[in-house]
Design a protein around this ligand. Structure first.
Ligand SMILES: *Cc1c(COP(=O)(O)O)cnc(C)c1O
Length: 417
């Protein structure tokens, strides 16, 4: 789990990463792999085997599908955002992951991994969280299935996502503050990995995004691809055709890869991932890993990384805690290099504006993460006026109203008048 980048070893893809099959040794072209300490190798190999067995077992899918329906609330709706469409000059459909139980897409993955942990006989769950959404999803499914949850969270994120911290505690999880580094998601991942190393026999590490060593990027993608598969079917029913674009915000990349996989074999659908440009594109002021990073190794996989010239992982900034991460899933790195997907970045203030627009135009308070995807729509309209666009609304923004108020100089209690 060293964060020191290693020399590139160019490796051609043996299996098309566009397919749903596992790539050889968990590689997506030159990216991915299992850069883990020896003590964790048995655990990642065991997880790989368990995931493959479960994924090929109809009874696992039966259980997952049933809970996705009756507990998570799937399928989530696809909603044609009429007033937003008029404003930006596009035909915009929102995939409403904000309406999934706990208010974000994270629960799709948390539920899948929790069912897998049960199959492995591991009843102690370790997780990291940034925005708190993965922590809440983890605490939620652990309560429902009777598992113990320990959630690592950076102290800065604890401050800016206080409602989610309290939700996790209400749901019975233990939240462990992380005071090292930038006190954000990357540091929480480091601590979670440390815990996993010490407790690997009893604990499952429930990684919250499509990052980390194989099989996580593949496994998380498969659990999240329900988003894209539903969206494809729904847009065909509602609009009678495939979209011209599919857009999603990218932190670690799980909601984006989940949406993209519904359309990846449709060459007419352009895939756009929207990262956080934060305060601007100087290193240290943003979290736009694919736009501005270089290949390296972080948290067990080779991928694009934000690093300085010595290979030290850079500090990041984004107003949205869920995008504030210096790495990204290896499959996105592959999709960037291959040109199948394109990655752009949106600044804090544009995301805040889009947050407000969606509130006023559609009566939807979006997560600040998802607001980054909404904020890119005018640029899509500039290149393709009137285009049909599916945007993944990855989560709801209740957790962000305090951040919004603070950023705009208001105070929650006073802003009523
Ligand atoms: C965690 C989170 C994200 C970013 O994570 P990805 O793995 O990139 O999807 C985006 N939106 C919301 C609402 C989140 O909670």
């Amino acid at each position: 789990m060293s964060s020191v980048p290693r020399p590139a070893s160019p490796q051609p893809a043996t299996v098309s990463p566009h397919s749903n099959a596992a790539t050889a040794a968990g590689r997506f072209g030159a990216y991915g792999g299992q850069f883990v300490p020896e003590v964790l190798m048995p655990a990642v190999l065991e997880l790989d085997r368990a995931f493959e067995a479960a994924w090929n077992d109809p009874s696992f899918h039966q259980q997952l599908d049933e809970l996705s329906r009756s507990y998570v609330g799937r399928p989530t709706p696809l909603y044609r955002a009429g007033r937003l469409s008029d404003k930006v000059g596009l035909d915009v459909y929102l995939k409403r992951e904000d309406l999934a139980h706990t208010g974000a897409h994270k629960i799709n993955n948390a539920l899948g991994q929790a069912l897998l942990a049960l199959r492995l006989g591991k009843r102690r769950i370790i997780a990291e969280t940034g925005a708190g959404q993965h922590g809440v999803a983890t605490a939620t499914v652990c309560a429902m299935l009777g598992l113990d949850a320990v959630v690592y969270m950076g102290e800065l994120d604890i401050e800016r996502q206080a409602p989610n911290v309290y939700r996790m505690k209400l749901l019975g999880a233990e939240v462990r503050p992380v005071g090292s580094g930038t006190r954000t998601l990357k540091d929480a991942v480091n601590e979670a990995i440390r815990d996993w190393v010490s407790n690997v026999d009893t604990s499952h590490y429930m990684l919250g995004s499509a990052v980390g060593p194989h099989p996580y990027p593949l496994m998380v993608r498969q659990f999240q691809s329900v988003i894209g598969h539903e969206a494809r079917k729904q847009v065909l029913e509602m609009a009678g055709r495939l979209p011209d674009y599919a857009l999603a915000c990218v932190g670690g990349g799980s909601n984006a890869i989940g949406l993209f996989h519904g359309f990846i074999d449709d060459p007419g659908v352009q895939l756009i991932g929207v990262e956080a440009a934060g305060r601007g594109m100087e290193l240290g002021h943003h979290a736009a890993t694919l736009v501005a990073g270089t290949p390296g190794v972080l948290h067990g996989a080779r991928s694009y990384v934000l690093q300085d010239q010595h290979g030290q992982i850079a500090d990041t900034h984004s107003i949205s805690a869920g995008l504030d991460y210096p790495g990204v899933g290896p499959e996105h790195s592959y999709l960037k290099d291959s040109g199948r997907a394109r990655y752009v970045a949106i600044r804090d203030e544009a995301a805040l504006q889009a947050f407000r627009d969606l509130c006023l135009l559609e009566g939807i308070i979006p997560a600040l993460e998802s607001s980054h995807a909404i904020a890119y729509l005018p640029q899509v309209a500039a290149e393709a006026p009137g285009a049909l666009v599916v945007v993944n609304l990855s989560g709801r923004g209740d957790k962000d109203v305090g951040s919004y108020a603070k950023a705009t100089g208001e105070q929650l209690a006073q802003s009523v008048s």
